[in-house]
Design a protein around this ligand. Structure first.
Ligand code: ACM
Length: 490
C-alpha cells in the first residue's frame, strides 16, 4: 500500500486519516450521473482493477447515497475544480471521487490507482484483500500542457510500445504526447499523396535498426488510445531541416533535383527542404492536410529546429508561410524555439529547448512550452557511466530533472506565457521499450510533478523519498528503471 503522502505528482491538498479501506470481491463502482463519459472512465477503472485484483468490479448507475462497499465516481462537484481537478475522499466504508469534468475523474482514478498498487503483501491475483489508505485529497494542476515527446524517427517504435508509453504518461497525469514522426533517419507516418515517403523514407533508421512507419489506421488507433486516457497527441513533421528521409524519397524536393541517400548516422543540421520551389509547398500542404484530417487535437508541430543548412532570411519567410498552411487546415502551429525569429501570430506555440530565442518568443507574446535540455531531456545520460543516451547538454541526474522552476527558468518568459512543460526523449541510442523505460524513470515523474504540483509544495527531499516508494511499484510492473544513487531505494 502506497502511503497517501507518497503520491506523485504531489496533490495540492492532502489530509491523511490513518485508516484503510478494504477492496473485496463484492466491491462495485457507482457512477453519478450515468452518462457515456462517466461510464467511459468507470470502465477504465474497472478494467484496471479487474486486472489487478481479479474481482468482477461491476458498474452500477446512480447511487442513492454513500456506498458501503465501493467507489463512487460523481460529476456532481464544485465547478472551481475546473477541467482537470478532482476531490477524493477515501473512508474506511467507501471511496467518493468527485470532479466537475470527466478528465478530473480520470486524474482522481490515477491517484487512487497509485494508492492501491504496491502493497508488499498484494502479489497480483493471490491477495484476498486490497487496501487503500484513507484521507482526503483536493487537487488541480498547475499547467494545462503537461507533455512528453517520443522520437520515433531515429529509431522506430511499434504501436504496442507507444501504447505502453501512453500508459506511463497517464499514470502520472500527463496530458500531451508529442510524437516526433520525421527526421533525417526516417519518415514514420503514411501520407497517401506521397507514398514513397514511407516506402523509401520509412525503410531506414540509425545504424540500420528499427525501421518502419505507422499506417494512417495505426496512427488513428494511437490517437484513440491516447484520447481514452485524456492525452492529446501532437504530431511533429520536422521542417525545413531534419528532412533527409523526405529528400531521399522524392528527388523533386531537392533544389538540384537529385534524391539524397538514406541516412543512418546521428549528425544534425545538414538537410533542408528546397524553399524556393512551389512543389515544396504543395508537398507540405498535402502532408499537413492529411495529418490534420487524422488528428483531432488542436496542434500540429512543424519542427523548425537546427535549420543550419537553410538560409536565415529564407527560413523566416518559410516559417511564416508554413504557419498560414497549418492555420488554413484548422490547426495551431507548434514549433521549436527557432521559429520565434519569424513573425508568428499569437496562437502559435513555441517550444523552448535551449533558451536562445526566449526573448523573441516573449516579444511575440506567444504561449511557450518549456523543455530545457539541461533538465527535461530524458535522453541525456544520467552520468558518465550511463550505458544509454547522449550528453551534449550535460548529464541530467534525477535531482537536475526535478530541481527547476518554470516561472524563473528564463527571465524573459513570464509565467503568464507558460502553457506548461514537456520532457522530450530522443532515440538515437534507444532500441527497445526497456531502453525507453530506463531513461524515463525516475525523471519523467519529476517533470510530471513540475507540471502538476504547486511550486511552493515541491522540494527535492520530499520527492526523493516519494520516488523510492514508486520504485517498488515500477519493479512490480516490470519497468527496468534507473536506480539512481541519489535515491534510497528500499
Ligand atoms: C532539438 O533538440 N533539436 C529540438
Amino acid at each position: 500500500m502506497l502511503k497517501i503522502e507518497n503520491l506523485i505528482p504531489l496533490p495540492v491538498f492532502i489530509a491523511p486519516t490513518h485508516n484503510e479501506f478494504r477492496l473485496d470481491a463484492a466491491a462495485q463502482i457507482f457512477i453519478a450521473p450515468a452518462t457515456t463519459d462517466t461510464l467511459r472512465v468507470a470502465n477504465f477503472l474497472a478494467d484496471d482493477l479487474r486486472q489487478l485484483t481479479g474481482y468482477a468490479w461491476s458498474i452500477v448507475a446512480e447511487p442513492t447515497g454513500r456506498s458501503h462497499n465501493g467507489i463512487i465516481l460523481s460529476l456532481h462537484a464544485d465547478p472551481s475544480l475546473g477541467d482537470e481537478g478532482y476531490e477524493l475522499n477515501i473512508a474506511s466504508d467507501g471511496i467518493l471521487l468527485r470532479a466537475a469534468k470527466p478528465a478530473g475523474l480520470f486524474y482522481g482514478i490515477q491517484t487512487l490507482r497509485q494508492l492501491v498498487v504496491g502493497a508488499p503483501e498484494t502479489s497480483a491475483q493471490t491477495a484476498t484483500t486490497w487496501r487503500v489508505p484513507t484521507g482526503s485529497i483536493r487537487d488541480t494542476p498547475r499547467f494545462v500542457w503537461r507533455g512528453a515527446m517520443l522520437d520515433v524517427a531515429r529509431h522506430f517504435f511499434k504501436v504496442e510500445d507507444v501504447k505502453r508509453y501512453i500508459d506511463w504518461l497517464a499514470r502520472y497525469k500527463l496530458n500531451r504526447l508529442h510524437l516526433h514522426l520525421t527526421d533525417d533517419q526516417g519518415w514514420r507516418i503514411e501520407i497517401q499523396a506521397w507514398p514513397k515517403l514511407t516506402a523509401i523514407g520509412g525503410s531506414s533508421g540509425v545504424n540500420g535498426k528499427n525501421s518502419g512507419y505507422y499506417t494512417q489506421d495505426e496512427y488513428r488507433a494511437l490517437v484513440q488510445y491516447a484520447a481514452e486516457r485524456f492525452i492529446t497527441l501532437v504530431p511533429e513533421i520536422d521542417t525545413p531541416g531534419h528532412t533527409n528521409a523526405a529528400l531521399a524519397s522524392y528527388a523533386e524536393l531537392n533544389c538540384d533535383g537529385v534524391a539524397r541517400e538514406l541516412y543512418n548516422g546521428i549528425e544534425v543540421g545538414f538537410s533542408s527542404l528546397c524553399l524556393d520551389q512551389e512543389i515544396t509547398y504543395q508537398f507540405l500542404d498535402d502532408v499537413i492536410r492529411e495529418l490534420a484530417a487524422m488528428t483531432p487535437g488542436a496542434y500540429l508541430h512543424l519542427g523548425g529546429d537546427e535549420a543550419h543548412a537553410t538560409d536565415k532570411g529564407a527560413y523566416i519567410q518559410f516559417i511564416e508561410r508554413l504557419e498560414t498552411i497549418v492555420r488554413k487546415h484548422g490547426k495551431r502551429m507548434v514549433g521549436w524555439e527557432e521559429i520565434a525569429q519569424a513573425k508568428i501570430p499569437a496562437q502559435t506555440i513555441v517550444q523552448i529547448w535551449r533558451g536562445d530565442h526566449a526573448a523573441a518568443a516573449a516579444q511575440s507574446d506567444v504561449g511557450v512550452i518549456l523543455s530545457p535540455a539541461k533538465h527535461a531531456y530524458l535522453d541525456m545520460q544520467y552520468n558518465e557511466q550511463s550505458p544509454l543516451g547522449l550528453h551534449w547538454a550535460g548529464y541530467v541526474e534525477v535531482q537536475d530533472a526535478y530541481n527547476w522552476e518554470p516561472a524563473t527558468l528564463l527571465p524573459d518568459i513570464p509565467e503568464r506565457n507558460i502553457l506548461g512543460i514537456e520532457a522530450p526523449l530522443w532515440s538515437e541510442t534507444l532500441l527497445t521499450l526497456d531502453d525507453i523505460a530506463y531513461m524515463t524513470f525516475p525523471r519523467l515523474t519529476a517533470i510530471a510533478e513540475i507540471g502538476w504540483s504547486p511550486q511552493a509544495a515541491r522540494n527535492w527531499d520530499s520527492y526523493r523519498k516519494r520516488v523510492a516508494a514508486h520504485g517498488a511499484q515500477w519493479a512490480q510492473m516490470g519497468i527496468p528503471f534507473y536506480r539512481s544513487p541519489q535515491i534510497d531505494w528500499p
